[in-house]
Design a protein around this ligand. Structure first.
Ligand SMILES: Cc1ncc(COP(=O)(O)OP(=O)(O)O)c(N)n1
Ligand SMILES: Cc1nc(C(=O)O)sc1CCOP(=O)(O)O
Ligand SMILES: [Mg+2]
Length: 368
């Protein structure tokens, strides 16, 4: 295809005259059609990739249906005249790929890349669509906002599903082998990690949390930051864990939005009811046993574990002094999920300890 405004030469009776095969306006229209054609395809392809995960990965009919619905709405705009403008051999852009398109470190990064691709394509359709049809700009603007909502809903659903499937929760402690220990536990099947460092300065916290966030996500595990909502956002964590003396849950929810997880600590039935009512996604229940990791907090004992088993309406993790020797006492008291620090962080073989704890927790039959 010729560039807009290009003239052909033709000979008539030996006289060379310049003829314009397309008017300038028509040429520009063809270019606009090509842009619309490419971006209609791009938006649909990206949605299809997202739809497959919603269907087969998340098993979620509602999210799958929303992707499908948007694909169909896009298809209606893909008219014959727009398709007819396609000129694949003449499109220099088909050879251009970004190195990051060749590598994806996780399903999450694959989804994010495709959501971004869809949003970009919709933005192009919104702008160039205004030159094609009076309603096209508005239609694609609205669809772009639907994709933002879709993204938020997919991430929220994915995180909640993974939380429900997580029965062992590793809370980290300061360690020279922090990354290696967490990775060893991830290799043992761990799917939930909390970064907890009460003493380091922020530059080290940021560095460690960034690395841990990437590591956990590369294993498909959730990554939570203790105490600090700002740090959680800075490192793209899946959520934050807050105690009774930390930032109020309502404020954290305002900052984090609905798609990230918030956990809360509880020590007694009153705190449990209050914290659940505040809208957390899970609670910690403890310290079950006295623990040097949190020396100032008195033990609640197994009684509170039994109370949680009967009364908690959301996922809960028993915490405090739990290890391979007493895990079955916890299970007998009704715990299905536990959180540990020393058992894994100080283990000689964190992979084996993780596997053992998970094997005990996975023996529990789901409650009817
Ligand atoms: C899973 C889990 N449960 C409880 C806690 C304790 O939180 P908090 O009471 O805020 O105490 P610190 O951990 O901040 O010292 C937790 N971190 N994780
Ligand atoms: C961080 C923390 N919070 C607790 C609570 O009950 O709120 S107990 C605890 C420390 C748990 O450490 P370990 O597994 O080494 O005993
Ligand atoms: Mg705290």
């Amino acid at each position: 295809m010729k560039e807009a405004g290009y003239y052909d030469e033709q000979s008539t009776d030996g006289v060379v005259v310049m003829v314009e095969p397309y008017s300038q306006k028509e040429l520009i229209q063809q270019v606009v059609y090509r842009i619309l054609d490419a971006n209609l395809d791009r938006a649909r392809e990206g949605l299809r990739i997202i739809e497959e995960w919603c269907r087969f990965g998340l098993n979620n009919a509602q999210l799958t249906g929303e992707c499908k619905q948007m694909r169909q709405e896009i298809a209606i705009w893909h008219t014959a005249e727009i398709r007819a403008a396609r000129d694949t051999p003449g499109d220099r852009g088909t050879e251009l790929t970004h190195p990051q398109e060749e590598q994806r470190s996780s399903v999450k990064s694959l989804l994010q890349a495709n959501l971004c691709r869809v949003q970009e394509a919709l933005r192009v359709l919104e702008e160039y669509g205004k030159l094609y049809h009076p309603n096209m700009g508005t239609a694609f603007k609205q669809m772009r906002y639907r994709v933002y909502t879709l993204e938020s809903n997919i991430m929220a659903y994915h995180r909640h599903q993974l939380l429900l499937r997580s029965h062992l929760y590793l809370v980290t402690s300061s360690s020279e082998n922090l990354l290696a220990t967490v990775e060893a536990a991830l290799k043992g099947g761990l799917t939930l990690v909390q970064y907890r460092d009460k003493t380091s300065d922020d530059s080290l916290r940021l560095e460690q949390a960034t690395k841990l966030s990437q590591l956990c996500h590369s294993y498909g595990a959730l990554f939570i930051v203790n105490d600090r909502v700002d740090l959680a956002l800075a490192v793209d964590a899946d959520g934050v864990h807050l105690g009774q003396q930390d930032m109020p849950i309502a404020i954290a929810r305002q900052i984090l939005g609905p798609q990230r997880l918030i956990g809360g600590s509880t020590t007694n039935p009153e705190e449990m009811q209050k914290t659940i009512a505040e809208g957390v996604d899970y609670i910690g229940v403890g310290p079950v046993y006295a623990t040097p990791t949190k020396p100032d907090k008195p033990a609640t004992g197994l009684e509170y574990v039994s109370y949680a088993a009967k009364n908690s309406s959301i996922p809960w993790f028993a915490i405090g002094g739990i290890d391979a020797n007493n895990i079955n006492d916890l299970i007998d008291a009704g715990a299905e999920r536990v959180a540990v620090v020393r058992s894994v962080m100080q283990a000689e073989q964190p992979t084996l300890v993780t596997q053992y704890l998970l094997s005990q927790l996975n023996r529990i039959k789901p409650q009817p």
